[in-house]
Every structure is written in structure tokens, then in C-alpha cells.
Design a protein. Structure first.
Length: 320
């Protein structure tokens, strides 16, 4: 064997030995932290935890709930890999980061009401069930998974001003109710269930809303909403924009709604121009005190047409 080949082999052996040493040290470190974690919790199901083959993560065969006492310096005690059930760390006052959260969760991932959590960076890449980060002090959804199989909840997050970073696709409902978001830009493109942005008082339009919503779209009580431009072209079940006091027009509303359409108690609506062409259930515009004309009313309404208590309405002309 020539000298260069011998030197190469020696370098390979040295690199392997160094890698093995680091691997063993890391595995031992995770093993110690896992043992402390189980000891502190007095967990009777220690056999459900496993160190991954690469020694980097702890996998779990069942659901797990993390409490404040399990955290180390505001972070998870060790990095999690795959959790086959639910992963819950809700109401952890000292949690400051999702670093070390599972890479994959077979059930729900729940980190709601963690008052010192300001970012979703470190969130699982794959969540089969729900993700709930409601009540956290996040400012955007950067770091959220690209796809969530169940619901995505970010309700009443007092500092959330942007939906940037939201999952591209949500299998069930997406709710950002009561957040100070100024735009729907960044919202999921596809929502299999309902999309709720009601009581978002800084919204002025629906630009950026999902292109597909399988069930309800609800923007009720958005007091500064002046336009429905940006709403999905079609909504599978109901569309509701009740009590939007600055809404002056229905232009931009979905063209087709599978069930009911409601725009009750919108005091600045004067006509129905822009309303859906087809409504599979009821069309409700009652208590719109300045509605003067039914011009623009849907061509097809399969259920009842309700325009009660519209005190400025003097004619049913345009009602087909």
C-alpha cells in the first residue's frame, strides 16, 4: 500500500472515530436528560420513549403532555422526533421557544396560552391533527407547518398582525378570530372546513383570503371591513358578514354559496349589487336600515329570502 493510500485510510478511521465519539456523547446526553425527565415525572410508561437511530431525538409511541416543570430554561428538555399521538404543552408560562418540538405529530399539537411564546419557529413539520397556538404573543405565523391535517387555531393572539407563514393547506378549520391582523395576505390557499376571521377589527378587505373554503366563511363583526373583494369565488356551505358596520357594498362576494348567505345589520349597505348569483339555502339581509333597493339580489335562492326590518326598503323590485 502506498503512503497516500495509507494516509487516506488513517484519516477515514480518525473521522469515523470522531463521529462515533460525538454520537455516543450525544446519545448519552439525551439518555441522561430522558432519564431525568422520566424520574421527575414518575412516568410509569417509560417504555413508550425511544432514542432515534441517529441518536438525535426522542420518539414517543403515545401522547405526551409537557408542563412548566419539565422545561429547562424555557425550552423542551430534549429534542423530540416522532410522536405518534398528541403533543401538548399548553399554558406553559415559561415556554419561550418551540425549539426541540417534535418533527412529526400523529395527533394534535397544542401550544395555546403560552404567554411568553413569541414565535412558531421550531414547530413540527407534519401534524396529522390540530395545531392550536391561540392566546400566544406571536406576531406572525412564520415557522408553522406547510400542511395541517386537522384544524389550525390562532384565536385571540394579541400581537398577531400578519398571517404570513400560515400553512398552505388546512384539512379542517382555520380560525384567526379576534386578532389585530391588518390583512388576510398569507392565509392558507385551501381550507377543507371553515375559515373564521370574525371580530378582526383592523381588516378593511378580504384580499388574500383562501381560494377554496369547503364549509363556512365568517367575517362577522369586522367593524372596519369596507369591501368583500378577495373573498373565495365559491363557498361550500355558509358565508356570513353580519354586523360589518362600514361595509358599503357586496361587490366581491362569492358567486356561489352552497347553503346560507347572511349580511344582517350592515347599516351602510344601500343595495345588494355584488351579491352571490346562486345561494343554496337562505339569503338573509334583515336589519340593514339603509338598504333602499334589492338590485343585485341572487338569481337563485333555494331557501327563504329574508329582508325583514329594512326600514328604508319600499319595494321588492328586482326580487326574482
Amino acid at each position: 500500500m502506498n503512503k497516500s493510500m495509507k494516509s487516506l485510510n488513517e484519516n477515514i478511521i480518525l473521522l469515523y472515530d470522531k463521529w462515533k465519539e460525538n454520537y455516543v456523547r450525544k446519545e448519552n446526553s439525551i439518555r441522561m436528560r430522558l432519564d431525568n425527565f422520566l424520574s421527575n415525572r414518575k412516568d410509569r410508561h417509560a417504555d413508550k420513549y425511544h432514542i432515534s437511530e441517529d441518536g438525535k431525538y426522542v420518539d414517543c409511541d403515545e401522547s405526551i403532555i409537557i408542563g412548566d416543570s419539565d422545561l429547562i430554561n424555557g425550552k423542551f428538555p430534549f429534542p423530540f422526533g416522532k410522536v405518534k399521538g398528541d403533543f401538548g404543552c399548553w399554558s406553559c408560562e415559561s415556554l419561550i421557544s418551540l425549539e426541540g418540538a417534535p418533527k412529526e405529530v400523529g395527533g394534535d399539537f397544542d401550544c395555546k396560552e403560552c404567554n411568553n411564546l413569541t414565535s412558531l419557529k421550531g414547530s413540527p413539520k407534519n401534524i396529522s391533527g390540530l395545531m392550536d397556538c391561540s392566546g400566544c404573543k406571536i406576531t406572525s405565523l412564520e415557522g408553522a407547518p406547510e400542511k395541517v391535517g386537522g384544524q389550525f387555531e390562532c384565536i385571540n393572539c394579541p400581537n398577531l398582525t400578519s398571517l404570513k407563514g400560515a400553512p398552505n393547506e388546512v384539512g379542517e378549520d382555520f380560525d384567526c378570530i379576534g386578532c389585530p391582523i391588518i390583512s388576510l395576505e398569507g392565509a392558507p390557499e385551501k381550507v377543507g372546513g371553515s375559515f373564521g376571521c370574525y371580530a378582526c377589527n383592523l381588516l378593511t378587505s378580504l384580499k388574500g383570503a383562501p381560494k377554496e373554503v369547503g364549509k363556512f366563511f365568517d367575517c362577522t363583526d369586522c367593524s372596519n371591513l369596507i369591501s368583500l373583494v378577495g373573498a373565495p369565488k365559491e363557498v361550500g356551505e355558509q358565508f356570513t358578514c353580519d354586523r360589518c358596520e362600514n361595509l358599503t357594498s357586496l361587490v366581491g362576494a362569492p358567486e356561489k354559496v352552497g347553503e346560507d348567505f347572511s349580511c344582517c345589520e350592515c347599516p351602510n349597505l344601500t343595495s345588494l349589487v355584488g351579491a352571490p348569483k346562486e345561494v343554496g339555502g337562505w339569503f338573509v339581509c334583515r336589519n340593514c336600515k339603509n338598504l333602499k333597493s334589492l338590485e343585485g339580489a341572487p338569481q337563485i335562492v333555494s331557501g327563504d329570502f329574508d329582508c325583514r326590518n329594512c326600514e328604508s326598503l319600499t319595494s321588492l323590485e328586482h326580487l326574482t
